[in-house]
Design a protein around this ligand. Structure first.
Ligand code: GTP
Length: 339
């Protein structure tokens, strides 16, 4: 199955919701009368909606004059889909340009929306950059449960499959379950996972992992980190200590600091980006769980607000459920259009 098809299928909650709202929006001003009078039939011919369909016209041919009321509702639909107020207003204004007062179909509206979303997303769609120095150090940050461990496992498997040698450091030494989970992913991918006793210093584990990755000539070192935001000062100190010690081995490390965000948290993802940018030098984002939510629009809001690179998106729990971020595919899937 192509990743687009999978994306479209798996993002069904977001895309169905937006798609249905847009269908309803275009049909909204058609009178909902079961038995049309000749006059109503005339109206339906001009503005086919629910009534138009009763008269044999398909949803695809429904059209509505783009006016202020329709734009206002479009804004609401986008805000409800978690695209954020500023972003929704700008997208709606762009869609209005050149179309105001004209009769638009649902398909045209979806195409226009997909184009606007892709325009916002294209500048931030960037695969994880790989630099020539070895090992490439990727620090992975994010709140507990956002999908860090799973993302590291998936990335490690994919890099391994692409012929790269990878080492993982299970840096969330406070959570035995997180360490075990990483070990499972490591075994599955054939990638060594360095662990340390529960409660021990993650920076010292990171240093050992860096030493091993250098000695092994590994291409990539991925470091998991704790995500306890309850005590931000501690977490900041923990993250900066990890960075300090790995810089003793390579002053340019970490080469990437990925923030993993859970799409199901919706607007809260905005706060998480703001917080983690203060705690660490976040260089890019991975958004997980786009399969489990109707809040897929949050990724558009993040791209619009922060402009941070989006490296990949997660749409499930399996290895191949993490894919590079493709802005056009994402935009079309989000609004419910085919590839
Ligand atoms: N549906 C879905 N579930 C996901 C995805 N990514 C991760 N998960 C699940 O989300 C849960 C949390 O993921 P973890 O990888 O353990 O998250 P974490 O950030 O490492 O969390 P801690 O281990 O608590 O620090 C797990 O049950 C994963 O299987 C995704 O893209 N889609």
């Amino acid at each position: 199955m192509s990743f687009f098809k999978k994306l479209r299928d798996k993002m069904f909650r977001s895309s169905d919701r937006i798609s249905e709202e847009l269908d309803a929006l275009v049909e909204a001003d058609a009178p909902a009368v079961a038995a049309p009078t000749p006059a109503a039939a005339e109206t339906a011919a001009a503005k086919p909606g629910i009534l138009g369909r009763l008269l044999g016209q398909s949803v695809e041919t429904s059209r509505r004059v783009l006016d202020d009321a329709m734009l206002e509702r479009l804004e609401e639909v986008l805000i409800e889909a978690d695209m954020g107020v500023d972003c929704a207003l700008r997208v709606t204004a762009n869609i209005a340009e050149g179309r105001m007062g004209k009769r638009v179909s649902t398909a045209e509206l979806k195409e226009a929306l997909a184009t606007e979303i892709a325009r916002i997303m294209t500048p931030v769609a960037r695969p994880l950059p790989l630099y020539p120095s070895r090992p490439q150090v990727v620090l992975v940050v994010g709140v507990n449960g956002s999908g860090k461990t799973t993302t590291i496992g998936k990335l490690a498997s994919q890099f391994k499959a692409a012929g790269k040698s990878v080492v993982i450091a299970a840096g969330d030494t406070f959570r035995a379950a997180a360490v075990e989970q990483l070990q499972v992913w490591g075994q599955r991918a054939g990638v060594p996972v360095l662990t340390a006793p529960e409660g021990s210093d993650p920076a010292s584990l990171a240093f050992d992992a860096m030493t091993k990755a250098q000695a092994d000539g590994a291409d990539l070192l991925m470091i998991d980190t704790a995500g306890r935001l309850q005590n931000r000062a501690d977490l900041m100190e923990e993250l900066s200590k990890i960075v300090r010690v790995i810089r003793k081995k390579d002053p340019d490390a970490p080469h990437n600091t990925i923030l993993v965000l859970d799409a199901t948290t919706g607007q809260n993802a905005i706060n998480q980006v703001e917080i983690f940018r203060k705690l660490a030098d976040v260089s890019g984002l991975v958004m997980t769980k786009l399969d489990g939510t109707a809040k897929g629009g949050i990724l558009v809001a993040l791209a619009d607000k922060f402009g941070l690179p989006i490296h990949a998106i997660g749409v499930g729990e399996q290895i191949d459920d993490l894919a590079p971020f493709d802005p056009e595919d994402f935009a079309r899937a989000l609004v419910g259009l085919e590839a």
